[in-house]
Design a binder for this molecule. Structure first.
Ligand code: APR
Length: 173
């Protein structure tokens, strides 16, 4: 199975890259962003600060992705992406969430990375309904696998209920 769905703390995964559900400043936060920065150590924040701002206070616009080393993490790299804040579904949220997953894999390909683990992007603070997010995430990743079968993708959920939602979306592909 080239896409697996697990329940784990993403900061423990020894993969080529873990994906961070960040905000546009890339200067850390709570949730998985906070966990990744805590586990990676202060060097990660320093590396993020060195990434250029594309507009005042914005290093990574929503839907885009940026890559840094993983530092103290078991993962070699962190690919930071910024998911959409859920505002009811009529503000381009599905397209933006799809862009997150596509742009993460574009960066992974550019860097020759194969084993990538994603959290449930936007499903926490950003309020994206998990079943809707899971459908977008799995469909997008499945499409990318078609053109790059060497990828080994993991959806790393932080709870059993969330894993069940993403497993259902995978089974329904
Ligand atoms: N491992 C895996 N998943 C985790 C972990 C972890 N260690 N910690 C939290 N999660 C899960 C949450 O349970 C949720 O299902 O990650 C998913 C995404 O939730 P958030 O981290 O809140 O991310 P998001 O909804 O995209 O909101 C991003 O939150 O932390 C801030 O700086 C971040 O402003 C940004 C916003």
């Amino acid at each position: 199975m080239l896409i697996s769905v697990i329940t784990a703390d993403i900061t423990t995964l020894a993969v080529d890259a873990i994906v961070n559900a960040a905000n546009e400043t890339l200067l850390g936060g709570g949730g998985v962003d906070g966990a990744i920065h805590r586990a990676a150590g202060p060097a990660l924040l320093a590396a993020c600060r060195r990434l250029p701002e594309v507009s005042p206070g914005v290093r990574c616009p929503t839907g885009e992705a940026r890559i840094t080393p993983g530092f103290a993490l078991p993962a070699a790299r962190v690919i930071h992406t910024v998911g959409p804040v859920w505002r009811g579904g009529g503000h381009g949220e599905p397209a933006l969430l799809g862009n997150c997953h596509r742009n993460v894999l574009l960066l992974a390909r550019e860097h020759g990375l194969r084993r990538i683990a994603f959290p449930a992007i936007s499903c926490g603070v950003y309020g994206y309904p998990a079943p809707l997010a899971a459908e977008v995430a799995l469909r997008t990743l499945h499409e990318s696998l078609a053109s790059d079968p060497a990828l080994e993708l993991t959806l790393c959920c932080y709870s059993e209920p969330m894993r069940a939602v993403f497993q259902d979306a995978l089974t329904s592909l």
